[in-house]
Design a protein around this ligand. Structure first.
Ligand code: EPU
Length: 335
């Protein structure tokens, strides 16, 4: 185990924030992770680094989760069960599934991050959430070093949420995730407006999972910044859910407000629209700002500090509160 000192975390977080880890270790096997936890339990985990805003140097031992490998557990004519180690890159895994004609994850193409973190916030895009395919999550309990398995139900998945993000936060290290995917008769999800438009532009009437994946890659590339070029963490805020009465009030003032009914009494409104309406879309403040094509994404053009971006996020929150009486919840972990 090679513990290094004073390592920059710039390459390990998609925001590209340059803070230092006092001590840093990259872990590539389950065994070394268990050994490490015997000597050090107070650790800071980093995997794909795609859902965090680092605002300061990290004093704890930073553990980079880098276990690779995909294994097939069992398969029938129609389904396949796979277990994937936490350090696999998410998008590469999705592309591999698509190339094998394993269906279920194609709508989640091009989401940054690693497989081990996909259950934590139950990643979702274009009408699909990863919870729809996860059968099992395998994790080490930090205090005891024991291996624990969580069924799909035990993960208590919700919109950008799971037990790993709230009641069990910081207790476990996810080491592997198991998925159930389809081998034929795929349940295609192409109803999201932009997908249909993209498919019809290409004149595709009976799409394959590859067609859907390609369409989503095109859509995402057209409005979301590539973290390798412009630092970002995807959607910075959650889409807020407000009461129907509150929504109807807003609709009087803003008849065009996009909305998705959630229940009889609640409505989800897109944070991106609220932020755009408040004049922040495309605003640049030196090295950081709000993305020009998607207002839900805060960006680091290079050299910004996490503190600066966090301040901008708070400014957006207070503006939205004043203008719409809505509390915007930050989706990214602020460290
Ligand atoms: N909108 C604006 N201005 C903007 C952005 C969006 O007016 O700058 C409006 C759009 O016109 C549309 C609505 O907001 O009417 C929704 O926009 P979009 O379809 O782009 O989706 P979103 O709600 O902004 C969510 C997810 C994304 C995911 C997309 C597609 C959350 C917090 N975000 O964004 O997830 O890719 O749907 O499914 O739920 C992520 O979590 O990192 C992420 C990118």
């Amino acid at each position: 185990m090679n513990i290094q000192e004073n390592i920059s975390l710039k390459e390990y977080n998609t925001f590209g924030i340059n803070v230092n880890a006092k001590r840093f270790v990259s872990i590539d096997s389950f065994y070394s992770l268990q050994q490490l936890l015997k000597i050090e339990k107070d650790v800071f985990l980093i995997s794909g680094g795609s859902n965090m805003l680092l605002t300061k140097d990290i004093d704890k031992l930073v553990v980079h989760i880098n276990m690779k490998g995909i294994s097939i557990d069992r398969e029938s004519n129609n389904e396949i069960y796979l277990t994937v180690n936490a350090g696999e890159n998410w998008h590469e895994f999705v592309l591999w599934c698509v190339s094998q004609n394993y269906g279920g994850l194609e709508n989640l193409s091009l989401i940054p991050g690693n497989v081990g973190t996909c259950p934590i916030q139950n990643i979702g895009a274009y009408g699909v959430e990863v919870k729809d395919t996860i059968t099992r999550v395998e994790a080490i309990e930090i205090q005891t070093g024991k291996l624990i398995e969580f069924s799909n139900t035990e993960c208590e998945f919700g919109y950008r949420n799971s037990i790993f993000k709230n009641i069990q936060k910081g207790k476990y290290i996810i080491t592997a995730v198991s998925f159930k995917l389809t081998k034929n008769q795929h349940k295609l999800n192409s109803t999201y407006g932009a997908i249909e438009t993209e498919l019809s532009l290409k004149n595709i009437k009976n799409p394959t999972i590859k067609d859907i994946s390609d369409a989503i890659i095109t859509i995402r590339q057209s409005k979301l910044p590539d973290p390798k070029k412009i630092g970002n963490s995807g959607s910075f805020f959650k889409n807020p859910v407000i009461s129907r009465a509150h929504f109807l009030n807003l609709k009087e003032e803003f008849p065009e407000i996009p909305n998705y009914p959630i229940s009889k009494d609640t409505v989800k409104v897109p944070a991106g629209w609220l932020i755009e309406k408040s004049g922040f879309k495309g605003k640049r403040f030196g090295a950081y700002g709000v993305h020009e094509k998607q207002a839900l994404v805060l960006v680091n053009y290079g050299g910004a500090t996490g503190g600066e971006i966090y301040e901008l996020a708070q400014k957006i929150q207070s503006t939205i509160k004043n203008k719409f009486s809505i509390d915007l919840e930050i989706e990214v972990n602020i460290i």
